[in-house]
Design a protein around this ligand. Sequence first.
Ligand SMILES: *Cc1c(COP(=O)(O)O)cnc(C)c1O
Length: 228
Amino acid sequence: MNIKDNLNHIKSTLPERVTLVAVSKTKPVSDLMEAYNAGQRIFGENKIQEMVEKHEQMPKDIEWHMIGHVQRNKVKYMASFVNLIHGVDNVKLLKEISKQAKKYNRTIDCLIQIKIATEDSKFGMTQDEASELIKSKDFSELENIKVVGLMGMATFTDNQEQIKKEFSHLKSTFDDLKTLKTTNCQLNTISMGMSGDYPLAIECGSTMVRVGSRIFGHRKYKTVDSRQ
Ligand SMILES: *Cc1c(COP(=O)(O)O)cnc(C)c1O
């Protein structure tokens, strides 16, 4: 299967309410252009420098999503064009995003990352932490960001029951926090689900899936078949 076929296949299985982010990290611009020419306009990257370079080289009607962990000192490089930052998990980072967005006279949409996995390596806030953040005075003063939803990553496991539990936890966190409407917080997006688990994520209420290898093929080091 090629990139276009992969994309069309995945899109044909997605309900209308679900947005597809094509995760293109590590892939060359030529691969991204194949997806672009097949109609894809939303791309996700996890390294700011790589996203900046691709943004410079590609058509300007693309929506760029930052899906990786963000270092505060690098926000300035993407502030002029990034459309959605998925992995925000502290107020200091939000402050920096707002400050940089202000320089370009724009508002940057963000998702708060909730920790749903059992692994220590995954970032994110608890529901209580996120709730306190949204209600805080510091947060209310941020004029150039808008929190539009939540993001989560399930544990890397084959145990479907566990993944389902974690996705359902994110959905219920979303339903609870959605009631906290403020000028810069209105939750409408749940970003959950990757190549291995997006159908399950959609069953559990996802509105945005981040799919990489199912579109572009495996990344690095993994041999695709015995001919290699
Ligand atoms: C790499 C990545 C994805 C996509 O992973 P695939 O398994 O290739 O679909 C999704 N979300 C995040 C945060 C990622 O870093």
